[in-house]
Every structure is written in structure tokens, then in C-alpha cells.
Write a protein that binds this ligand. Structure first.
Ligand SMILES: C[S@@+](CC[C@H](N)C(=O)[O-])C[C@H]1O[C@@H](n2cnc3c(N)ncnc32)[C@H](O)[C@@H]1O
Length: 218
């Protein structure tokens, strides 16, 4: 799939439309997954001075945690294609007065950072994880061995699988390509070493991490 693939563009357009109406109330919906956010960020093993990318940063809820982890000498980048979500992230950065946090309004498929990052956070970014063009662009923005941490939604297994229609509908509200929830990590996992994942939320969520393989990095 190329960076200009029409299917990818249609998925992006659906997502942008969803977040146009969802952005204002987005933060109020994130309370129940706050501990997952904290665990996903902890898995990045950030140190003072590191450079980290918040993939699909949305309203910037992870930015304060990432900024605290890398300190004054570090660098935090974030990007999002939704103007309404990114405007909130920008306001958050301006209100905090951070000089080492930069957010861009752009698609994952077209992101170009000034320097390779040490870590990538994918927190509830299903559309991006399912887009080969987006992953191709993002993984070349990180150094070999960079930590990658992923949290998101997936289908239940076992008896709870009866509720997967509900999981699909829930995901649909937030994504342009809501399906492929059995193993949503299976396009990024082959690019990582030290891969591990665990279920969250009784199996309708997951937390995964690994380190970027040399051949996938920029
Ligand atoms: C569920 S929100 C998660 C936001 C943030 N990561 C968080 O944890 O609060 C998904 C975000 O991904 C963004 N997004 C989806 N596809 C994208 C793409 N191709 N490029 C950039 N951003 C994208 C959406 O605009 C939305 O803000």
C-alpha cells in the first residue's frame, strides 16, 4: 500500500469526520483507561534526555507523562491528523509552557521528524496500526532498538466472544477501519524484537511492547 493509497485515504477521511464531533468530549471518556495509559508509558523505559514520539497524540493526554519522563533535556513529539483533537494538544503544550514538546497536525503516513526517536507510544491508535503505509512511515522515524509500546482494543476470546459485536461497535465510534480486532498488533509485531503482550479489561484490551528491529528503523 502506498502513502497515497485510496483505501487508506478513505479510512483517514472517516476518522477525521468522527473526531470532528468527538473531540470536545474526548478527555471525559478516558478516565477508565488511565491506568493502561500509565502502564503503556512505563513500558517505554524512558530516561531523562530521551526523545519520544506520541503517535496519534489526540488531545495530548499522554504529553504531561511523557514530558515528566524525559525531563528538561529530553524531547517529546506528538502528531495527529484531526484538527480538533490537535488543537487541544497545542493548547495543552502552550498552557504548560513546555519548550521541548512539539506537536504536528499531520497524518502518520506523511510524518517527517527532525531526528530519530528513542521510543514510540501507540495508545489507542488502531487505524494507524492497521495501515502499512502509516507504519512504514513511522518506523523509519525511530532508531534501531527503540522501545515501542502499544495499548488498544481487541476482541474477547472464549465465552465473552459473544459480546464482540459490541466491541466492534465501540471501536467503530473511534476509527475509520474498525475491524481486524482479533490480533490488531500483527502488522507491527514482525518489526519488533523482545515482543510481549498481555490482555487488559477482561480480554477486550491489550498492552504490548517490543524493540524496533534494525532493518525496520530509520
Ligand atoms: C482513540 S484516539 C487516541 C488519542 C491519544 N493517543 C490518546 O491516547 O488519548 C485516536 C487518534 O488517532 C488519530 N488518527 C487516526 N488515524 C490517524 C492517521 N492516519 N494519522 C494521524 N492521526 C490519526 C485520530 O485523529 C485520534 O486523535
Amino acid at each position: 500500500m502506498s502513502a497515497n493509497d485510496p483505501a487508506d485515504a478513505a479510512i483517514r477521511a472517516r476518522s477525521i469526520a468522527r473526531y470532528r464531533s468527538r473531540a470536545a468530549g474526548y478527555d471525559a471518556t478516558c478516565g477508565p483507561t488511565w491506568s493502561i495509559r500509565e502502564r503503556a508509558i512505563a513500558a517505554l523505559a524512558l530516561r531523562a534526555g530521551d526523545c519520544v514520539l506520541d503517535v496519534g497524540c489526540g488531545t495530548g493526554l499522554s504529553l504531561p507523562l511523557l514530558r515528566a519522563a524525559v525531563g528538561d533535556e529530553g524531547q517529546v513529539y506528538g502528531f495527529d491528523q484531526s484538527p480538533e483533537m490537535l488543537a487541544q494538544a497545542r493548547a495543552r503544550v502552550a498552557a504548560a509552557g513546555w519548550s521541548n514538546v512539539t506537536v504536528y497536525e499531520c497524518a502518520a503516513q506523511g510524518l517527517r521528524l527532525p531526528a530519530p526517536v528513542d521510543a514510540l507510544l501507540f495508545h489507542y491508535t488502531h487505524d494507524i496500526l492497521r495501515s502499512p503505509a502509516a507504519l512504514g512511515a513511522l518506523l523509519t522515524q525511530a532508531r534501531p532498538g527503540a522501545w515501542v509500546s502499544i495499548a488498544g482494543i481487541k476482541y474477547f476470546t472464549g465465552p465473552l466472544a459473544l459480546a464482540n459485536w459490541w466491541v466492534y461497535m465501540k471501536n467503530r465510534g473511534y476509527n475509520g477501519a474498525p475491524g481486524e480486532l482479533r490480533t490488531p498488533w500483527d502488522r507491527i509485531a514482525p518489526h519488533l524484537t523482545d515482543w510481549q503482550w498481555q490482555p487488559t479489561q477482561y480480554g477486550m484490551g491489550y498492552l504490548a511492547s517490543g524493540r524496533l528491529r534494525v532493518e525496520a528503523a530509520g
